[in-house]
Design a protein around this ligand. Structure first.
Ligand SMILES: [Zn+2]
Length: 333
C-alpha cells in the first residue's frame, strides 16, 4: 500500500462559509485536515508517501463538461489575492450574462467559496486520485489518497459541498478504462449527490448516509432515485456506532453481490459523533473506525481509499489511525 499526498492542496484556503447566513462562520474545510489524516495513517502503517505536484486537467475534462471546467478556470483568473468568489444569484442558463454571474449556473449554494488558487488545488487533488488509481491498477496494491478538496458532491457540471471535481469517479473512470469492474462505496456522513451522476453499469455507486432532506444537500422533497446503478441506504437518526458499522457491512455485501474487481472507497470521517457538519446526531465513536477499516480490509479486492469529509480536528488523526490499523491488519500488511 502507498499513500498519495496532493502537494498543492494548501493553495485552497476558504475563509468563510456563508451557508448559515451573515456574518458566516470560519470555513471547516481547512488544510490541516490532510496533515492530521496523514499523520494518523502513518502512525498506523508506515507506507511510502507519494507527493503529487501535477494537475489532472485532462482527466478532469474526461468526466466533467468542458464549459463547467472552463468557467472555473476563467473565474479563477479574475479573483484577486485573498478574495473569494461566491455566485451572486442562481439560474439554469446564464451564458448571456457576465462571467461573474455565470457561477450561478454551476452551483446551487454559497458554502463553497472559490479563491484564486482553489481550482489549481482541485486539479491537483484530482491528479492525486488518478495517480493512486494508476498505482493500484499497475501494482495491484491498495492505495490511500488524501484528496483535498474532497470530491463526492461535485457533479458532471456542478460544484458545491466543498467539492469541485469528483475524485472518486476520476479514479473509477481510469480503472474502468483499464478493464476493471469497479464499485464505488461511499461512507461519508452525507450522500455523494455528485457521485450519483457518474454511476454506470461499469462503476455503480453504493452509499450509506444521513437523511437527504434534513441534512446537506437537502434534496427536493419529491426526490426519488431512478438510476438502477445507484444504491442508496439511509441510516437512522441517533444510530449507535455498532449499528452503524452493521449498516456499512450490509452496504458492502450489496456491492459484493454486484461483482467487481476493485472498490473505490469515498471515506468520510464526518460520521464521527462530534463532527460539526451533522444536522442530526449519530453516535459513531473513534474506535468504530477500526472496525470499519477491518470491514474494508477483509475484502479480497484492492481498495482505492479517497478522503472525503471529516472536520473535527481534535479526533481526525485518531479516527484515521484507527481506520488504517483495522484495514492493514485484515489485509495482512
Ligand atoms: Zn460529508
Amino acid at each position: 500500500m502507498k499513500y498519495f499526498y496532493p502537494q498543492l492542496h494548501t493553495l485552497h484556503n476558504p475563509s468563510i462559509d456563508l451557508s448559515d447566513g451573515l456574518p458566516g462562520y470560519k470555513h471547516l474545510e481547512v488544510a490541516s485536515r490532510v496533515s492530521l489524516v496523514l499523520k494518523g495513517a502513518l502512525s498506523a502503517y508506515d507506507a511510502e508517501v507519494v507527493s503529487v505536484d501535477s494537475l489532472g486537467c485532462e482527466a478532469v475534462r474526461e468526466i466533467h463538461d468542458d464549459d463547467y471546467v472552463d468557467f472555473l478556470v476563467a473565474i479563477s483568473k479574475e479573483i484577486e489575492d485573498d478574495a473569494e468568489y461566491v455566485p451572486p444569484l442562481f439560474r439554469a442558463n446564464m451564458k448571456k450574462s457576465p462571467l461573474f454571474f455565470q457561477g450561478g449556473m454551476y452551483s446551487s449554494e454559497i458554502g463553497t467559496p472559490i479563491g484564486k488558487e482553489s481550482i489549481t488545488a482541485a486539479f491537483n487533488s484530482a491528479q492525486c486520485a488518478l495517480e493512486a488509481a494508476k498505482y493500484l491498477c499497475v501494482e495491484q496494491k491498495n492505495a490511500f489518497a488524501f484528496t483535498r478538496p474532497p470530491g463526492h458532491h461535485a457533479g458532471v457540471r456542478r460544484y458545491g459541498g466543498y467539492c469541485f471535481f469528483n475524485n472518486a469517479y476520476l479514479g473509477a473512470n481510469h480503472l474502468v478504462q483499464m478493464g476493471k469492474r469497479v464499485a464505488v462505496i461511499d461512507i461519508d456522513y452525507h450522500i455523494g449527490d455528485g457521485s450519483m451522476e457518474f454511476a454506470t453499469k461499469d462503476m455503480p455507486y453504493f452509499s450509506l448516509h444521513a437523511n437527504v432532506h434534513r441534512n446537506y444537500p437537502y434534496f427536493d422533497a419529491e426526490f426519488t432515485n431512478e438510476n438502477e446503478f445507484v444504491t442508496l441506504k439511509e441510516f437512522q437518526t441517533a444510530i449507535s456506532g455498532e449499528e452503524y458499522v452493521r449498516e456499512v457491512e450490509c452496504l458492502i455485501n450489496d456491492a459484493v453481490d454486484a461483482s467487481f474487481d476493485v472498490v473505490v472507497l469515498s471515506l468520510g470521517f464526518d460520521t464521527l459523533e462530534t463532527d460539526y457538519t451533522q444536522d442530526e446526531y449519530i453516535y459513531v465513536k473513534p474506535e468504530n473506525f477500526r472496525t470499519l477499516g477491518e470491514l474494508f480490509g477483509a475484502l479480497e479486492q484492492e481498495v482505492l481509499i479517497l478522503l472525503e469529509g471529516g472536520y473535527d480536528s481534535e479526533y481526525l488523526e485518531l479516527c484515521s489511525h484507527n481506520f488504517v490499523s483495522g484495514f492493514v491488519q485484515r489485509k495482512g500488511l
